[in-house]
Design a protein around this ligand. Structure first.
Ligand code: NAD
Length: 279
């Protein structure tokens, strides 16, 4: 059984990002990333700070702009408009979830598609679905980066995805379809999850449910990608019962050290693409 090492994949992409950023420095371009954090969601705060640290580590200036939980939609949109017009800002990241009184879809769609490095605007989603170039959401990209790093082809394979959120499950299914996989999409209303999962050559869980994927759901030799990030008794775990599944699968991503480790680097890679398109 192979452990699919997200840290190795992230290091491989980090080197590429650093090289591309070095080129910008040579051309005296100082690209910036604006991270907007509205409210006091703890995981978002942690993610924003870790993103900032990694970005600064590769030489990309990243500022976190904090807004109170009580911020009104108008002020949030004004901030986005300001960054849309700022020539030194090449990427805008809106931390989710937004406070409940904010219309998230409306706010996200105010981000200029050219600066939407998370690929969440309707415009970028439409591009992904119609096969035109645009920003692709970072977690699905991280899954593809892991498969590519380990030379795992999707062509003709049975891919089963558990989870159908707009940020992970749905764009991931589209990326797999674009690579000629036969995709089955499962969710909370799926009648027989075990039977569906057992068909998978590549089983991807993005449900956010610890212990959901058990050994009896895995076909011998299958590739298992665990996108889930859950806190259980103070520890970070995925959706997959790692020990038991490792005995059956051909390869598995660990949590932590799997998809999450690559996602941050995909944000930076998207940001660098944004700079190259606009510098
Ligand atoms: P979400 O809650 O928006 O969506 C979860 C999806 O999983 C839903 O479509 C739901 O139908 C399905 N689901 C939930 N429980 C299920 C069950 N028992 N059986 C079948 N389907 C089930 O979550 P999300 O934003 O898509 O995130 C999913 C998971 O991925 C979470 O654990 C989240 O923390 C994690 N995540 C990881 C990264 C990363 O970089 N690794 C990034 C984003 C999200």
């Amino acid at each position: 059984m192979v452990i699919l090492d997200g840290k190795a994949v992230a290091a491989f992409h980090r080197e590429k990002v650093e090289r591309r950023l070095y080129d910008f420095q040579e051309r005296h371009i100082q690209p910036g990333l604006a991270i907007i954090l509205a409210g006091s969601d703890k995981p978002s705060d942690l993610y924003a700070r870790s993103l900032q640290k990694v970005a600064q580590g590769v030489g990309l200036s990243a500022e976190i702009y904090r807004l109170a939980e009580t911020v009104c939609e108008h002020d949030l949109i004004s901030m986005i408009t300001h960054f849309n017009e700022d020539k030194n800002i090449f990427g805008i990241l809106m931390m989710m979830p937004l406070p409940r009184h904010i219309d998230a879809a409306k706010v996200i769609n105010c981000i200029s598609p050219e600066k939407d490095v998370d690929g969440l605007t309707d415009s970028n989603i439409a591009r992904l679905f119609s096969g035109r170039p645009g920003f692709v959401p970072c977690t699905p990209r991280a899954v593809m980066a892991i498969l590519d790093y380990y030379h795992i082809s999707l062509t003709g394979k049975e891919v089963v995805i558990i989870g159908r959120s707009n940020v992970v499950g749905k764009p991931l299914a589209q990326l797999c379809l674009n690579r000629n996989a036969t995709v089955t999409h499962c969710h909370t209303r799926t009648r027989d999850l075990v039977a569906a999962a057992r068909r998978a050559d590549i089983l991807i869980s993005a449900a956010g449910s610890p212990g959901l994927v058990t050994a009896d759901m895995v076909k011998p030799g299958a590739i298992v990608i665990d996108v889930g990030i859950n806190r259980v008794e103070g520890k970070t775990v995925g959706d997959v019962e790692f020990e038991a599944v490792s005995q059956i699968a051909g390869a598995v991503t660990p949590v932590p050290g799997g998809v999450g480790a690559v996602t941050t680097m995909m944000v930076l890679e998207n940001a660098v693409c944004g700079i190259e398109n606009r510098a």
